[in-house]
Design a protein around this ligand. Structure first.
Ligand SMILES: [Zn+2]
Length: 286
């Protein structure tokens, strides 16, 4: 029996009340779970090929209506992203300081959460409806009836910082954001598009701008439920700023001085959007 496990409830982790910050990344004591939740059928997600198999605590998705017992609390799974050790344009660094361990554990936690959700949602074959089994060869669902193979779904999405020659960058307020928070233009890739196509289309759709010099910066897994966020910068080319009014309620050109002085509020550290904004604040691109 594993010593540490993960319990998920919706988009939250369930942890003992009072657990120290960052400690949740390593999982919770398996012995404490049974008295509160009874016997659970944990699933152990295999590691990414090349990584250590004994380093993957089993996990369990609690049914959505599960009450949180006294002595326990919930914590958003996305909090794990705050422990990423600063991806830069060469990709996640994850090495060289004491935060590397936390960064690795955060990635592991997000992989486990991603795969558990996929397993729940792929219980039946998408072609014939039979109950899926697990492939003995790889991390995949295998239909015992028609042989259809289903791999964990990963949905690419882009997020883009548009900058101008005068040093300002476009930050936008999405209707889903809390008041005063501004971030980057984002959207999902459509079938038939390249990531660069998506960047240009989303910027045009949401704020009516034309762009050029689309440049990839970094990416990050974002399993809510199954995204891969790819971050870009792009230079303003033309067009009159006009928000779509559907997703984007406001967008403005901000100077570095204004952003560094705290206006507007920015996304949390660890997110791709924040990483790219920080990248721009340091003077790149230009
Ligand atoms: Zn089938």
């Amino acid at each position: 029996m594993a010593k540490r496990v993960y319990l998920f409830l919706g988009n939250d982790l369930v942890i003992p009340r009072g657990m120290e910050d960052a400690e949740f990344l390593g999982g919770i004591d398996a012995g404490s779970v049974f008295p509160a939740f009874g016997e659970l059928e944990y699933y152990t997600v295999p590691p990414i090929p090349g990584q250590k198999a004994d380093d993957m605590p089993p996990g369990f998705l609690l049914p959505p209506d599960t009450p949180v017992p006294s002595g326990w609390q919930t914590l958003p799974v996305r909090r794990a992203a705050a422990f990423f050790s600063g991806p830069d344009k060469r990709g996640p660094s994850g090495a060289g300081d004491s935060s590397a361990g936390s960064s690795d554990r955060a990635r592991r936690l997000l992989r486990i959460y991603h795969v558990l959700q996929w397993r729940r949602d792929s219980a039946y074959c998408g072609s014939c409806g039979a109950v899926n089994g697990d492939s003995p060869l790889e991390l995949a669902r295998l239909c015992p009836h028609c042989g259809r193979i289903e791999y964990p779904r990963i949905s690419p999405a882009v997020i883009t910082l548009v900058y101008r020659d005068d040093g300002r960058a476009l930050l936008a307020h999405n209707k889903k954001f809390k008041p005063k928070l501004y971030s980057l233009i984002a959207g999902f890739t459509e079938a038939g598009e390249s990531l660069e196509n998506t960047v240009a289309r989303e910027v045009k759709e949401e704020v009516n701008l034309d762009i050029r010099n689309i440049r990839y910066i970094t990416s990050q897994c974002w399993p809510f439920p199954n995204s891969l966020m790819a971050g870009f910068t792009a230079r303003y080319e033309g067009g009159k700023l006009k928000c779509d009014g559907q997703e984007i309620l406001d967008a403005q050109w901000f100077t570095r001085e204004s952003v560094l002085a705290g206006t507007p509020e920015l996304p949390d550290p660890g997110s791709v959007s924040r990483c790219i904004i920080d990248h721009w604040l340091k003077g790149d691109p230009e």
